[in-house]
Design a protein around this ligand. Structure first.
Ligand code: OOG
Ligand code: NI
Length: 465
């Protein structure tokens, strides 16, 4: 087989994400309801805002606006994480960022496997927030040993999936038939199992240590626990959820509603209780239940520089110190007001954000602009005289406080627990078998390349033909 016959990693990812979406809608009907609600709200928003529609037509693939942006899984062992990395690589998804969630009371650390680069993101933006359970944070040694034993014995990948990964690595890609097989085989890893691999006793012990541990250890595989389409109006979908029979989490995570959106806003409907059979003492099955799967929506804004991010973190902490959002939603309105008030300190104008060095921008020569930029130092002058324009770079990653809020609201509201903060990126990367990409360095490089592209030697290329 020659490289020409390979199906591109972007194409494999697109097919995989479509297959997963079908499977999940089938398995979790409430998710289908959320998807259609998001579709309606997106349609209305576009109809009401022709300028937004025109801009999205130019920059995004409008036809695929409702497709999933991300999903999430939780893994149990370093070996599972390392193999998952190799599987995602076949689909053009690479680990970006390190998230320590122990500080937020969740015993995992995580990365996001995602397409990197404009073309790949445009073709299909699907990413998977992937967490690794940290048994090292569990105090009960006997329980830790039992959990380790269960995890060591399970096999979350099919033999054929592993074979195909090895083939893709050896040959440099997969052909048509192999890639179809690959999608089907990998999907198996993400499937829900309504039969646990532990007894109800063991499940309860794990559950008492932390609900998340029970979710990771008790099953044959790391079922996909949510999928997340993009919405053009997150506040509207949040408000409409109850009327459609789905219960939203108490508050939207992330920054408040703004004219110039920053980072990421997300919300979810609460996980559903689902019937599960546990291993009985008599060798039969014992009926029980487990709560794991939900649906989420997201709306993205500009990627912030370290300085912008520090300001965001500071303001978010301030708002949460004023009003700590209660899980039952009883102070949601107060929280929203406090958040809005505190975030008045964050400039809400693209040029102000840019000039304060808070966000990353993509610079481009304006068609018909009369001057050409010859030195980087002249960038501001070129912007002023209208020959260079700038657009925000979209944030494609995640936020640890928000992620913890999403975890927490789906682990039950009494699940908050204290762990000693112990980020361990070195251990994570060792288990992963590769370093994670530094998100800030990545966004800075995008901005830098766009400035280079504005320099004089490219002036001809920017002229309309
Ligand atoms: C992952 C939660 C994090 C997000 O969007 O921040 C996440 C999980 O619950 O496993 O998906
Ligand atoms: Ni999510």
């Amino acid at each position: 087989m020659t490289g020409l016959d390979f199906i591109s990693p972007d194409e494999i990812r697109a097919r995989f994400s479509a297959a997963m979406s079908m499977m999940y809608r089938d398995e979790v009907p409430a998710y289908g309801t959320l998807m259609s609600l998001v579709g309606h709200v997106n349609e209305h928003t576009l109809a009401a805002q022709p300028r937004l529609r025109a801009r999205l037509e130019e920059t995004d693939n409008l036809a695929r606006i409702g497709e999933e942006r991300h999903g999430a899984i939780r893994l149990g062992t370093p070996q599972e994480l390392a193999m998952m990395r190799r599987i995602f690589a076949v689909m053009g998804m690479y680990p970006v960022g390190y998230y320590d969630l122990s500080t937020a009371g969740v015993p995992v650390h995580s990365t996001a496997f995602r397409p990197v680069g404009d073309e790949a993101l445009k073709r299909n933006p699907f990413r998977v927030f992937t967490s690794l359970l940290r048994l090292d944070l569990i105090a009960d040694e006997a329980l830790r040993a039992d959990a380790q034993k269960v995890l060591a014995e399970r096999k979350i990948f099919t033999d054929r999936a592993i074979e195909l990964v090895e083939k893709a690595e050896a040959e440099g890609g997969l052909g048509l038939d192999d890639s179809a097989d690959f999608v089907g085989e990998v999907l198996e890893t993400f499937r829900w199992h309504d039969r646990a691999i532990v007894s109800i006793d063991m499940y309860e012990r794990l559950h008492d240590a932390h609900r998340l541990i029970a979710d990771v250890v008790s099953f044959r595989g790391p079922h996909i626990n949510h999928l997340t389409p993009r919405t053009l109006d997150i506040d509207e979908v949040q408000a409409l959820m109850p009327a459609h029979g789905i219960t939203p989490k108490a508050v939207v995570e992330g920054p408040p509603t703004r004219k110039c959106p920053i980072l990421l806003r997300q919300t979810s409907f609460k996980a559903l209780e689902e019937p599960v059979s546990f291993i009985g003492e008599d060798g039969g099955w014992k009926a029980g239940s487990h709560t794991a799967r939900f649906g989420e929506i997201e709306q993205r804004g500009i990627a912030l520089t370290p300085k912008g991010r520090a300001l965001y973190d500071k303001l978010l902490n301030e708002a949460r110190a004023r009003v700590r959002p209660a899980a039952d939603g009883s102070n949601a309105a107060e929280y929203e007001i406090a958040l809005g008030k505190v975030f008045e300190a964050f400039p809400d104008d693209w040029n102000a954000i840019r000039q304060a060095g808070l966000g990353y921008f993509r610079y481009s020569r304006k068609a018909g602009g009369h001057d050409c930029l010859t030195r980087e130092q002249d960038l501001e002058a070129a912007i002023l005289d209208g020959s260079v324009q700038f657009d925000p770079v979209v944030y494609e990653d995640f936020l640890p406080v928000s992620a913890a809020g999403i975890f927490q609201s789906n682990l039950g509201d009494d699940a908050a627990q204290e762990f000693v903060a112990s980020p361990n990126q070195v251990m994570f990367e060792r288990d992963l078998g590769a370093p994670v990409l530094d998100e800030f360095a990545h966004y800075a490089a995008i901005e830098r390349a766009s400035i280079q592209g504005c320099l004089g030697r490219n002036a001809m290329a920017a002229e309309p033909a």
